[in-house]
Design a protein around this ligand. Structure first.
Ligand SMILES: Nc1ncnc2c1ncn2[C@@H]1O[C@H](COP(=O)(O)OP(=O)(O)OP(=O)(O)O)[C@@H](O)[C@H]1O
Ligand SMILES: [Mg+2]
Length: 343
C-alpha cells in the first residue's frame, strides 16, 4: 500500500435525469482523497429511455466522460433511482437467517405492489431489540426489467458492475456526518424528489416523489406563456422571491413546493409514530436546492433546521479546487457516495 492508501479500483457513476457524473476516490477511512471527477449533461428523457439507440448514445457519453476525466478503471458502482425501487421497513420477531429469508418473501408480497417473480429483492437488518423480541428490516425490491436495463446500459459503456445500489443509501454516505443522529435528506432533482431518513448512520425510511425541477419549469412555462428555456431562466433568476414579477414565478412554484413540504411532514410524522424518532434537521441537495429563496421558504414552512448538504466535506482535495467544487456542491453528492462505498 502506498503512502495515501491504494486507489479504489472502481468509480461512482450517477446517471441523473439531467446529467451523468463520475467520481473516483483514493484511500478509505473517514476522508478519502479525490482522484478524478467529471460530469456531462444529457438530453431530457435519455436517462430513463429503454430505446437501444438512446442507451448506446448514453453509453458513449459515459465512455467519453471517463476518457476526459482520465478514469482508467472499468469497475463501476452505480445506483438505481429511488423512483425505480420499492422499499419497505418492517418489524418482525427475532428469527434466524433461514426463517428471515422466508419472512422477507412474505413481507415483500404484502408490501410491494409488484409480482414477486418480477422483482429482485434485497434486505438489510436495521436494528434488533432483544427485550422487545423485535427486528427492524428494510426490504428493497427492484423490478428485474430495470436491473437488466441498467446492466445493458453499463455494457454499452464497456463497464463491469462492482455494485448496484439504491441512490438513497449512497447519498446518505456523502451527506450525513456522525454528528447527525436523526436527519432527513431531501434531494430535489430534475424528475424526482427523494426523501431519506437516516438514524445513526442507517437509512431507515425512504420515499420518492414524482415532482421536482422539471415540474416547476413546466408550470412556469405553462402559467406565464414562456418556452421551456425562458421558464428555466425565470426559475433560476427569480426563484421564490415574492417581490419579483409581481410574485408570478413564486405563485406558480408555491403549490408544487408546498406539496413537497407536506410530504416531508408526513414522512417525519410517520417515522415518529412508527419508530419513535424525531427528525429535527433537513439536509437539502439536488439541483433544485439552488432555487433562490428555497431555504427560507422551507424554513418558514417546516419546523426544522434546514442545512444545504456539502458532499465535498467528506473528501480531501487540493486547496485550489475549492471554488470549482463548491460552486455546485450538490452535483456530486450521489457520485461521491457511490465512490466511497467500502467493499
Ligand atoms: N441555479 C438553479 N436554480 C434553480 N434550479 C436549478 C438551478 N440549477 C439547477 N436547477 C434545477 O435542478 C434540476 C436538476 O437537478 P439535479 O441535477 O439534481 O437532477 P438530476 O440528478 O440530473 O436528476 P434526478 O435526480 O431527478 O434523476 C433541474 O430541474 C434544474 O432546473
Ligand atoms: Mg439526482
Amino acid at each position: 500500500m502506498g503512502l495515501f492508501g491504494s486507489s479504489k479500483d472502481f468509480f461512482g457513476l450517477d446517471i441523473g435525469s439531467t446529467a451523468v457524473r463520475i467520481v473516483q476516490l483514493q484511500g478509505g477511512g473517514a476522508r478519502p482523497s479525490l482522484l478524478a471527477y467529471g460530469s456531462a449533461t444529457i438530453p431530457f428523457g435519455m436517462a430513463e429511455s429503454d430505446g437501444k439507440l438512446d442507451m448506446q448514445n448514453l453509453g458513449e457519453i459515459i465512455k467519453k466522460l471517463l476518457n476526459e476525466s482520465r478514469i482508467a478503471t472499468k469497475n463501476v458502482v452505480t445506483a438505481l433511482p429511488g423512483s425505480a425501487v420499492f422499499t419497505a421497513v418492517v418489524k418482525l420477531p427475532l428469527m434466524n437467517q433461514g426463517e428471515l429469508a422466508k419472512a422477507i418473501r412474505y413481507q415483500a408480497e404484502q408490501n410491494i405492489p409488484l409480482k414477486i417473480k418480477d422483482v429482485k429483492i434485497d434486505w438489510q437488518v436495521l436494528r434488533t431489540d432483544q427485550t422487545k423480541n423485535q427486528m427492524v428490516v428494510m426490504i428493497v425490491a427492484a423490478p428485474t426489467s430495470k436491473v437488466e436495463r441498467m446492466m445493458s446500459l453499463l455494457e454499452y459503456a464497456g463497464l463491469e458492475v462492482e455494485a448496484l445500489e439504491t441512490s438513497s443509501i449512497a447519498v446518505s454516505r456523502s451527506l450525513v456526518s456522525p454528528n447527525d443522529p436523526l436527519v432527513m435528506i431531501v434531494d430535489i432533482g430534475g424528475t424526482s424528489t427523494e426523501l431519506t431518513i437516516i438514524e445513526n448512520g442507517i437509512v431507515s425510511h425512504c420515499r420518492s416523489l414524482p415532482s421536482a425541477g422539471y415540474a416547476l419549469t413546466r408550470a412556469i412555462s405553462h402559467n406565464l406563456g414562456l418556452d421551456q428555456n425562458q421558464a428555466e431562466q425565470f426559475k433560476r433568476k427569480f426563484g421564490l422571491a415574492q417581490d419579483k414579477l409581481e410574485g408570478q414565478v413564486y405563485k406558480t412554484m408555491r403549490p408544487i413546493l408546498a406539496n413537497i413540504v407536506d410530504e416531508i411532514q408526513r414522512s417525519a410524522k410517520f417515522y415518529l409514530e412508527e419508530f419513535g424518532g424525531n427528525v429535527t434537521k433537513v439536509i437539502l441537495t439536488g439541483g433544485s436546492s439552488k432555487i433562490p429563496e428555497l431555504v427560507s421558504f422551507l424554513s418558514a414552512n417546516l419546523n426544522l433546521e434546514i442545512e444545504v448538504g456539502n458532499p465535498w466535506a467528506s473528501v480531501s482535495y487540493p486547496a485550489n479546487y475549492q471554488d470549482q467544487l463548491q460552486k455546485n456542491a450538490y452535483e456530486f453528492a450521489l457520485a461521491i457516495g457511490l465512490a466511497s462505498r467500502e467493499n
